[in-house]
Ligand binder design. Structure first.
Ligand SMILES: Cc1ncc(COP(=O)(O)O)c(C=O)c1O
Length: 379
């Protein structure tokens, strides 16, 4: 059976990227690799929409989240954490591990944070040094209003905005320089349509000022070291040579098609999925604040979403993600990032229809596929 990986990370990798990475390994302390490394960091600036140096780390996305904290904050500092899902929770766990105090804004899963709440809190409490938030909360499919939040911190030099853009950068616009974000993070196995293993992170001048005062322990993820080396076209430790080579192939492709077209593609795939499922009575979990990087769909009331996930895998070889914690059994999640195309989206909507028929859900069979196909004509 053919496998379709349709999870919101890892995502399918295009053949041209795999072929680049299949070439013989080269040594990293060579001019040849320095040129490759530098081309990648330059190319990343476009996707991160910044003039600052974007650092490439050999880690998964969580490594860059960890680095963002331990490179800018100090023991006993206070951070305001937007917690609207599994990855918001991760910010809390990282802060706890480093002895950073937190104030939490609990956001109902599937909703996005209200910036006025943040405004009130940071106005009252001048001890808050950082705001930690996701641009796209992958466990719920909600997009948080980063541009609005950045307006609250942009003109204050005592507070930084740290954004986990792991399922946002490359998926939809997150304008680092223009909006005035202080730290932005991306990951290779998401919209960069690569295998897992690279994380990307960029810091504003303000964040580098925070770095000077930060006293938390750091070694492998010391961003100051990474920055100094990156300006010399290299990295402090052995880089993930093969992945960096693959990254250049992706960045060249992004250049060729244009970022706007890439973003548009994700939005059309998202709309086609949303409306297809709506046509058979299924709703988006994050209605009204849906990230276009993925679709998070609520299972019908009396049907366990895990049976849909299991059925898709066993019957059609389609791998989608289920829900975690409080959303377990309630939702299923499908990527729009990576090497997914119209055919994949039509197939997964048809597959879900097939499984729902078996599970006894009452709907007009074929209505979802019909709507999805109609929207996909825009692509
Ligand atoms: C929004 C978000 N943040 C953080 C992570 C963690 O990244 P990683 O699993 O690469 O460490 C993920 C991964 O799914 C994510 O989607």
């Amino acid at each position: 059976m053919k496998n379709y990986v349709l999870t919101p990370g890892p995502v399918p990798v295009p053949e041209f990227v795999m072929l680049e990475m299949a070439k013989p390994i080269i040594h990293h302390r060579t001019e040849e690799f320095e040129e490759i490394f530098s081309k990648a960091t330059q190319g990343l600036k476009k996707v991160f929409m910044t003039k600052e140096e974007v650092l490439i780390l050999a880690s998964s996305g969580t490594g860059a989240m960890d680095a963002a904290i331990c490179n800018t904050l100090s023991k006993g500092d206070k951070a305001l954490v937007v917690n609207g899902g599994k990855f918001g929770e991760r910010w809390l766990k990282i802060c706890k591990a480093y002895g950073v105090d937190t104030e939490e804004i609990k956001v109902e899963w599937g909703k996005s944070v209200d910036p006025s709440l943040i405004k009130e809190i940071i106005k009252k409490d001048s001890s808050i040094k950082a705001i930690l938030v996701q641009a796209s909360e992958t466990s719920t499919g909600a997009e948080h209003p980063i541009k609005e939040i950045a307006k609250l911190t942009k003109n204050r030099d005592d507070i930084i905005l740290i954004v986990d853009g792991i399922t946002a950068v490359g998926a939809f616009p997150v304008e680092f320089d223009k909006w005035g974000i202080d730290i932005l993070i991306g990951g290779s196995q998401k919209a960069f349509m690569m295998p897992p293993g690279l994380a990307f992170i960029v810091l504003s001048e303000k964040a580098w000022e925070f770095n000077k005062k930060s006293n938390l322990p750091k070694f492998y993820l010391d961003l100051n070291q990474a920055h100094k080396n990156s300006l010399k076209k290299t990295s402090p430790w052995t880089p993930a040579v093969t992945l960096v080579i693959g990254l250049n192939a992706v960045l060249e492709y992004f250049n060729k098609i244009g970022l706007d077209n890439l973003f548009k593609r994700h939005s059309i795939l998202s709309q086609a999925t949303t409306e297809g499922f709506e046509a058979i009575g299924l709703e988006n979990f994050a209605k009204g604040c849906t990230s276009t990087a993925l679709s998070v769909i609520k299972a019908p009331k009396d049907i366990d979403a895990n049976l849909i996930v299991k059925g898709l895998k066993e019957k059609y070889g389609m791998i989608v993600a289920g829900g975690q914690d409080q959303a377990k059994g309630k939702i299923f999640r499908i990527t729009h990032m990576g090497y997914v195309d119209k055919g994949d989206i039509i197939a997964v909507v048809a597959g879900v229809e097939g499984i729902l028929c078996e599970l006894g859900y009452n709907f007009k069979s074929g209505a979802g596929v019909a709507r999805t196909t109609q929207i996909l004509d825009k692509l």
